[in-house]
Design a binder for this molecule. Structure first.
Ligand code: COA
Length: 166
């Protein structure tokens, strides 16, 4: 039988939807693969930075973030596979935007950021803010974000604070 999941995987139909508690393990895998393999320019394989960055990427922590009523977490899926994850606080801060390395450069993160911005607008936010990695810096600049002075982020890597008026 052709399930909705099988059809969307067969035809590469990507959808963005709210994250569910049962997505927590798959989201963790996206985060861990994305940080480890795509953000090497940021953590430089420094065990202290990488360890801190991955330290809170556990299914338990993810479940608590999914349940957090002051933020929203979205996933990009194809069939039953989670390809990317994004999260935004009601005040407009994007706190997560990560894609599986194998799903990179397919326009998924662009659609994810647009969906997060739409959620922020619905919640009354006038701006979106975020701390970009060096890896994603040019991506956000191309999406209309303006950058401020770089600083050392919470995991020890340099981050690029950015803001966009919605
Ligand atoms: C940067 C990243 C988020 C982009 O995700 P992606 O799904 O590959 O991006 P998309 O396919 O949606 O690309 C959208 C546009 O950005 C461009 N783009 C993507 N990654 C880029 C990069 N690193 N530098 C410059 N441009 C980039 C694409 O060419 C595309 O341009 P187009 O609209 O003119 O065709 C992702 O590749 C990545 O590196 N993630 C690592 C985790 C990370 O740093 N997340 C951000 C935390 S703040």
């Amino acid at each position: 039988m052709c399930t909705k999941q099988a059809v969307s995987r067969m035809f590469g139909l990507m959808e963005i939807r709210d994250a569910k508690l049962e997505d927590a393990t798959a989201i963790c895998e996206v985060l861990r693969q994305s940080v480890t393999n795509l953000c090497i320019g940021d953590h430089k394989n420094d065990p202290a930075i990488l360890g801190a960055w991955l330290g809170n990427k556990t299914p338990e922590t993810l479940k608590s973030w999914i349940e957090d009523s002051s933020s929203q977490m979205l996933v990009a899926t194809e069939g039953d596979e989670v390809l990317a994850v994004g999260a935004i606080m009601d005040a407009g801060e994007i706190t997560l935007n990560y894609v599986l390395p194998s799903a990179r450069m397919r326009g998924i993160s662009k659609k994810m950021v647009m969906a997060l911005e739409a959620r922020a607008k619905e919640r009354g936010a006038k701006t979106c803010t975020l701390n970009s990695t060096g890896t994603a810096r040019r991506f956000y600049l191309a999406m209309g974000y303006a950058e401020q002075e770089p600083k050392t982020g919470m995991f020890g890597a340099i981050v690029y604070p950015m803001l966009k008026t919605l």
